[in-house]
Design a protein around this ligand. Structure first.
Ligand code: XMP
Length: 317
């Protein structure tokens, strides 16, 4: 019978046997999968696991410092790399969603590769790949693959020439959470909503500027704060704010404003393949809207997305 404890025990001993005294590099994303994979590997090989956490400038507000802190508290051997400017400069003027994804994927690989080269004699790449990722990458030539190119799997560049170790590749998401819980990982990490690799870049329609990122981070932080405070964060599968580069007229005091729109998205789902928009209470939506419009300069209108998937996707890009 599968239990988190038996999984942990057998996985740690097989990781020890497989890896021995070799070194492993692993990219942490702040998400559940990479965090659980890292802690398993850390329990098996300790300081020979070298974790790399990249700030691409497209994370949620304060997420980079908070997540890096919690990794350090967990005792992980982790190096944070501030690559904000490198990502944003490569993205300047780019509007096409797939182009943005490609650039972010490429820059991530470059930054990660530079960091990995600084670990002497590394021979393994650790990854938080879970079972559904394995299945999805097998069907990569299917019709849905061209809709959005997910780049979490098989993203290993040839030149890195590392062997791959994926301790979670037989598990489903709920099992990963159970394993994480049994490993003592904080609920703040385990209960996190899924967050796309390209981050806020695909939640800013069209071209990305540092100013738009800052506005979206503020609005998103207010949204997520209110979801947590009201108990709704754990009831929805994924939520986030989207920056719409559409200007509309408003009034602030006696002044006429002409500012952008924030769209709120919250969905219920099992695996992200289909999703229903969440029926958040009107009172909560009203509070979030007021808080955003009163506190985020550059936004004078908030809308709620009532589209389900299919035909809409969860992300807007
Ligand atoms: P969609 O928008 O396709 O999203 O309905 C389904 C789930 O996938 C996430 N998503 C991504 N994750 N890289 C990722 O790592 C991507 O390019 C990407 N695009 C979408 C999305 O957040 C949702 O959980």
């Amino acid at each position: 019978d599968w239990t988190p404890d038996s999984f942990i025990e057998t996985t740690i001993s097989s990781l020890k046997e497989k890896i021995g005294n070799d070194k492993v590099v692993l990219g942490l994303s702040g998400g559940v999968d990479s965090s659980v994979a890292a802690v398993l590997l850390h329990n098996a090989i300790g300081k020979n696991l070298h974790c790399i956490f990249v700030d691409n400038g497209l994370l949620r507000k304060d997420e980079y410092t908070q997540v890096l802190d919690s990794y350090q508290h967990m005792g992980l051997n982790v190096r944070g790399i501030d690559a904000k400017d490198r990502f944003l400069s490569q993205l300047a003027g780019v509007k096409d969603p797939e182009q943005k994804r490609k650039i972010i994927g490429r820059v991530f690989i470059e930054v990660f590769d530079d960091a990995a080269h600084e670990v002497q004699d590394v021979s393994w790449l650790g990854q938080g790949t879970i079972y559904p990722d394995v299945i999805e990458s097998v069907s990569v030539n299917g019709p849905s693959a061209t809709i959005k190119s997910h780049h979490n799997v098989g993203g290993l560049p040839d030149f890195m020439k590392l062997k791959v170790v994926e301790p979670l590749n037989t598990l489903f998401k709920d099992e990963v959470r159970k394993v994480g819980k049994a490993l003592g990982i904080d609920d703040v990490i385990l209960g996190r909503h899924p967050f796309p690799g390209p981050g806020l870049a695909i939640r800013i329609l069209g071209d990305i500027t540092a100013e738009k990122v800052a506005i979206l981070q503020e609005a998103d932080a207010i949204y997520i704060h209110n979801l947590k405070a009201s108990g709704w964060y754990d009831k929805v599968w994924q939520a986030g704010a989207i920056f719409l580069p559409v200007q509309s007229v408003g009034v602030m005091g006696d002044e006429r404003t002409y500012e952008n729109v924030i769209c709120l998205r919250a969905v219920g789902s099992v695996d992200g393949m289909t999703a229903d928009w969440s029926h958040l209470p009107y009172e909560l939506l009203a509070k979030i809207s007021n808080d955003i419009i009163n506190n985020v300069k550059g936004i004078n209108r908030v809308v709620y997305d009532i589209s389900s998937k299919p035909p809409a996707t969860i992300e807007w890009e």
